[in-house]
Write a protein that binds this ligand. Structure first.
Ligand code: ATP
Ligand code: MG
Length: 390
């Protein structure tokens, strides 16, 4: 009896012609995620990915933990593989699952017969394996409606598989199967979550951070690098572009009306990010904005911000409450880093009375006092790029 892991993926099966591309990406991402865990074979057959440890050194629990972070995976099961033989399957169901059975009183058996050449049909398989379990494990009884544990039998071309555990994966689509976007990554709680949500839809990310030295410190920059590293576990290799932003903030501060500072600054962020995005073949911008959270995130403010760029702007948190965002931040491990108390460039020049209903015409008039194109160009040229992950 060999032990291995079966990986199921849902949504990508629906993708018709693209299915091969999606599966290949998923397999590639799984291989990257499992780096350093030993000699492991990753292969595919009949809409399932097989992750097989090639020696005893591989820690299967660690493998499962990593797989739970790979987008595109719906569930992960640790399974026993046996011959496609009813007696072998019955024996394995009892011997392999006894530790699990000890925790429960009721069970049922579900069989899937992907190999239609196997002579025993699924309902009969379930009955016969269930009968065998009942005869061997005296404290168990069958409950077909609300069983505490489900014994899964899969008869596949490659063999028969027995398991009870189905650990949920993160769902979504494999990163890199759906294009590339550029994330405006601050040191806050929201933007890492926004990046994670977009990556979940199969999007490869690059990140842009605006850095206002010496108003924001080296520690604030390191915090953003740390956040990018945490995201890397889910999103794969990512370039992080650090843009020098001090001169632009000072110029805006000097030449524009105070109540418009934040929005003009945000428009510059968008313009610079768009330049970087276009240069790197990215097709959309991503921010952590949420409707009504602050003055620069009212419906009017977002309109003014959007008007600065041509690329689509994705705001996956737009309809979420802070608590919902925090819950995800905790789940994906960015929260503790995000709440480290280092200042962000947005907090440096905050107007006392920000305008919650800005007019684009007025903002454009104020921007006339600035040489926007040259400022954007200079910032892009001064950008430092850090590669996160391999
Ligand atoms: P966050 O928690 O992500 O910092 P926030 O609620 O503090 O968001 P703002 O500071 O108004 O909101 O920023 C809105 C969005 O603008 C952020 O989610 C992020 O996408 C982007 N942003 C803000 N500051 C920066 C920065 N220094 N570098 C890059 N992007 C930034
Ligand atoms: Mg912020």
């Amino acid at each position: 009896m060999d032990e291995l892991i079966l990986v199921k993926y849902g949504e990508i099966i629906l993708k018709g012609l693209n299915r091969r591309l999606f599966e290949d990406k998923l397999i590639k991402n799984i291989r990257i995620a499992l780096r350093g865990l030993g000699n492991i074979k990753v292969s595919k057959a009949q809409a399932t990915i097989y992750v097989t440890p090639m020696d005893d050194q591989v820690n299967i629990s660690k493998v499962i933990e990593r797989l739970q972070k790979v987008f595109g995976i719906v569930s992960v099961s640790r399974v026993a593989k046996v011959e496609k033989d009813i007696e072998e399957i019955q024996k394995a169901a009892v011997s392999y699952l006894t530790p699990s059975f000890n925790q429960y009183k009721t069970f049922k058996v579900e069989t899937k017969r992907a190999d239609k050449r196997f002579p025993i049909k699924s309902p009969e398989m379930s009955r016969r394996v269930g009968g065998h379990i009942l005869s061997q494990v005296s404290h168990l009884s069958v409950d077909v409606n609300h069983p505490e544990i489900i014994v899964h039998i899969e008869i596949r071309d490659t063999g028969a598989y027995v398991y009870a555990e189905k650990v949920p994966g993160p769902g979504g689509l494999p990163v890199g199967s759906n294009g590339k976007a550029t994330l405006l990554l601050s040191g806050g709680i929201d933007s890492p979550v926004a990046g994670w949500m977009i990556a979940k839809r199969g999007i490869e990310l690059e990140a842009v951070h605006f850095f206002s030295y010496p108003y924001t410190s080296e520690r604030a920059k390191n915090k953003v690098i740390e956040l990018a590293k945490i995201l890397n576990v889910y999103c794969g290799r990512m370039e992080l572009h650090i843009v020098p932003f001090t001169d632009i903030q000072l110029a805006i501060h000097e030449k524009c009306p105070e109540e418009q500072l934040t929005l003009i600054m945000r428009r510059f962020m968008m313009k610079i990010t768009e330049k970087i995005a276009v240069k790197n073949g990215s097709a959309a911008l991503v921010t952590g904005e949420s409707l009504g959270q602050v003055a620069s995130q009212t419906i009017q403010s977002l309109g003014v911000t959007n008007a600065a760029v041509d690329l689509p702007v994705f705001r996956p948190l737009i309809g979420m409450d802070k608590e919902e965002i925090v819950r995800i931040a905790k789940r994906i491990d960015t929260f503790e880093t995000s709440i480290l108390p280092y200042e962000d460039c947005c907090t440096v020049f905050v107007p006392k009375h920000p305008n919650t209903k800005p007019k684009l015409s007025r903002i454009l008039a104020a921007e006339q006092h600035l040489d926007a194109e040259e400022m954007v160009q200079k910032a892009v040229e001064g950008t430092e790029t850090i590669v996160i992950g391999e």
